[in-house]
Design a protein around this ligand. Structure first.
Ligand SMILES: [Zn+2]
Length: 361
């Protein structure tokens, strides 16, 4: 039995997301959440997942969503980020089904000062729900990990109560992911805060579980956003197993992994670290930095290889100044952007392979 026996293709929400995550835990794989900033990057990720017969998570960060809407739109009161994430969501909804894979549509980190962005997306979810009986997005992330723990949990719970009637998933973060992402800079964070204690994870569970089962937790285990020199980051994925055991005992769960865990800041991690984390009930791993770089390499190599044709509209400089062949097929964005899509495609497939997310349909 494969995944398509239990969930449909296209954007999935609510219980179908739960079925997907349960299936992933049971079969010991995780799904990469690919940060996308354009229809081009969305399509590259979908194509890669389709060809490997895997489910996919597409996510928009606050800045990525603003870019999707267009840098020409001012982001006053999060207007561009709201518009861009909605535009991206509609794009994904329009095409995902045609790729024949289940897709989870998600929004990434939302820190306290960005809450108007989340409010805007939730309003769009509620409007969509009225019409279609499901929210526009599959899930959102709220990240109040920089705030005091009690406030983090209380505000997260408040938002979760708004999500619950739509069976909208909420991912939250407890403990701090190091490094810098989307303007949130934790480079100077206290090293201890990079490792979340199990008691804190249980506190989150206790607050959210009575509301609904549709939540996941990004607990810090030394993760850092971005790619740094080896040795800079000490990941302790065994902490995730401790959290699972701690919560299992507290709630007397039959499941060995009662928590849906999320792996942030995993760029540059070893395959061993990734496999270990997945074995401890991680269902989602964020991939951003590595696919950004991959997208660049295809474009970069194409430009460098064809420099003699790209410096002017007509003529190949390597053939002398008299050459007059037109270069349209080289400078057409569909040519050079496609090269970025191809290298991003390969990196998405590598992420899938690392996570055991291959041939799951
Ligand atoms: Zn993150």
């Amino acid at each position: 039995m494969g995944l398509l026996d239990i969930v449909p293709t296209g954007v999935i929400t609510g219980d179908n997301v739960k079925k997907l995550f349960d299936y992933a835990q049971e079969h010991k794989f995780a799904i990469p959440a690919i940060n996308c900033t354009s229809s081009s990057t969305v399509n590259a990720a979908l194509e890669a997942a389709r060809d490997q017969k895997t489910p996919l998570i597409i996510q928009f960060s606050n800045g990525g969503a603003a870019f999707y809407a267009g840098k020409g739109i001012a982001n006053k009161n999060q207007q561009a980020s709201i518009l861009g994430s909605i535009a991206g969501a509609y794009h994904v909804r329009a095409v995902a089904k045609h790729y024949g894979i289940p897709v989870v549509l998600h929004s990434d980190h939302c820190a306290r000062e960005l809450l108007p962005w989340l409010d805007g997306m939730l309003a769009a979810d509620e409007a969509y729900f009225k019409e279609h009986g499901e929210p526009l997005f599959s899930s959102h992330m709220i990240d109040l990990s920089a705030d005091p723990k009690d406030e983090n949990i209380a505000i997260t719970k408040k938002y979760f109560e708004r999500c619950a009637p739509m069976k909208l998933w909420l991912e939250m973060e407890i403990g701090i992911t190091g490094g810098e992402e989307d303007g949130v800079d934790n480079e100077a964070a206290d090293k201890e805060a990079l490792y979340t204690p199990s008691e804190d994870v249980y506190e989150v569970y206790e607050a959210l579980a009575p509301v609904a089962p549709y939540f996941s937790i990004a607990a810090a285990f030394g993760n850092v956003h971005g790619v740094y020199k080896p040795g800079n980051v000490v990941l302790r994925p065994e902490l995730l197993e401790q959290h699972q055991k701690f919560v299992k005992e507290k709630i007397n769960s039959k499941k060995d992994h009662p928590l849906y865990l999320v792996f942030h800041g995993g760029s540059g991690s070893t395959t061993d670290e990734i496999t270990t984390a997945v074995g401890y009930g991680v269902v989602k791993m964020n991939v951003d930095t590595d696919t950004q770089y991959a997208y660049l390499t295809g474009v970069r190599d194409f430009i460098l290889e064809n420099k003699d044709r790209l410096m002017q509209q007509v003529g190949d400089l390597s053939k002398g100044p008299e050459d007059s062949t037109p270069n349209k097929k080289f400078y057409d964005p569909r040519t050079w952007i496609r090269n970025g899509e191809k290298t991003m495609y390969e990196r998405v497939q590598q992420a899938n392979s690392n996570l055991g997310n291959v041939n799951q349909l």
